[in-house]
Design a protein around this ligand. Structure first.
Ligand SMILES: Nc1ncnc2c1ncn2[C@@H]1O[C@H](COP(=O)(O)OP(=O)(O)OP(=O)(O)O)[C@@H](O)[C@H]1O
Ligand SMILES: [Mg+2]
Length: 346
């Protein structure tokens, strides 16, 4: 066990970014979740950064997709191929030692899909797979003390989905996966640019505007930036200067929905746990937690202290590293997805 243990690894198969961590090494791979493939055969051409660069620029025979844009997997074959590709990249270099893989999966995944993903990981060279729930590792990575006999709440805002979870004594006592995330905010910006500027912009441009100018509050720093798109009037490329107030206005309706969603979730949380959460506050993880002023907006709207974890997009990866490096510390934590029979294939 000790010999093999040194090669154990973890994988966060995010809808925006895939991270691979290794015991004692931390993150060894971070690549965007994009796949370029031949339309006819669906053979993979390339994945990750290279595929992302090709997005929107491919000839007709080639397509680039983010295989799970929504909370549910849209192109299951592509997800599988992407995962195998990355695993081989790591295991291929050290074929002699077949690692055990801690694989972070969302609670909402169908059992057959989970099993296929696990089988594919084994095909790609891992010795065995330990499926762990994404919300649990995210909370661990965000330093949320989920082992205590008190209610603790973590909200992981990813690309396509948001995991809400309340923990007590190492278990998820209440959870929900919501169809909200950074992608939704990008779409809101694209929609705003169409309506206000008659400009059609791509999702990547919208994401850049969100990151550089976006704010969850009306009083963020005053910034502006030029963005490029296609004019809906002339049909030709055009540059438009946008400011942070506009982007904040574009995000406002989606953020209002998000606040209501959190509000409902907390309302349905048993009172003892809700009062613990009121005392301890809520931790935000996932890249979405980086939106400027989001913690302040939620704190004021929910009347509960909300704070973003450090490097929130790395919480799942950090949680996986924690499990790899200090497995004994997490013996009492239920790592499995709630309400599902989890498999451990050894
Ligand atoms: N500074 C920022 N401001 C606002 N949003 C940001 C910022 N940085 C990253 N994001 C957003 O975070 C999202 C990605 O987060 P993350 O890497 O946690 O997703 P993921 O784990 O791949 O997705 P999921 O958890 O849904 O599977 C993207 O939508 C990205 O635009
Ligand atoms: Mg994630």
């Amino acid at each position: 066990m000790a010999v093999f243990g040194s090669s154990d690894m973890g994988m966060d198969l995010g809808t925006s970014v895939v991270h691979i961590v290794m015991k004692e090494k931390g993150v060894v791979l971070s690549e965007p979740s994009y796949v370029a493939f031949e339309r006819d055969t669906r053979n993979v051409i390339t994945v990750g950064t290279e595929a992302m660069r090709m997005f929107g620029r491919t000839p007709s025979g080639i397509a680039v997709e983010r295989p799970f844009r929504e909370a549910h997997i849209r192109s299951f074959d592509l997800v599988s191929k992407m995962m195998s590709y990355y695993l081989r990249e790591i295991t291929g270099k050290r074929r002699a030692i077949r690692p055990r893989l801690y694989l972070a999966l969302p609670s909402g995944m169908a059992p057959t899909e989970r099993q296929t993903i696990i089988d594919l990981a084994v095909d790609a060279g891992v010795r065995s797979v330990v499926p762990v729930d994404e919300s649990v590792v995210s909370a661990i990575g965000g330093s949320v003390r989920i082992d205590q006999p008190y209610g603790r709440m973590n909200v992981d805002i990813g690309g396509a989905r948001t995991n809400l979870a309340v923990f007590s004594m190492g278990n998820q006592v209440k959870w929900s996966i919501e169809d909200f995330g950074g992608d939704r905010l990008d779409e809101a910006i694209m929609d705003y640019m169409r309506r206000k500027h008659n400009l059609m912009i791509g999702q990547r441009s919208a994401e850049v505007l969100k990151i550089n100018l976006g704010s969850a509050r009306g009083h963020g720093p005053k910034l502006e930036e030029e963005t490029y798109g296609r004019s809906l009037i002339s049909g030709l490329p055009r540059a438009v200067t946008v400011n942070s107030e506009e982007i904040t206005e574009a995000l406002e309706p989606s953020l209002r929905d998000f606040v209501s969603l959190l509000h409902r979730f907390i309302e349905q949380t048993p009172p003892e746990l809700a009062s613990d959460i009121f005392d301890a506050g809520i931790t935000l993880s996932g890249g979405g937690a980086r939106l400027y002023g989001l913690d302040d907006l939620l704190t004021s709207q929910l009347n509960i202290q909300v704070h973003a974890a450090d490097e929130p997009e790395l919480c799942v990866a950090r949680g996986l590293s924690e499990l790899l490096n200090n497995p004994n510390a997490y013996e009492k934590i239920n790592l499995r997805s709630p309400y599902r029979e989890d498999e451990m294939l050894d």
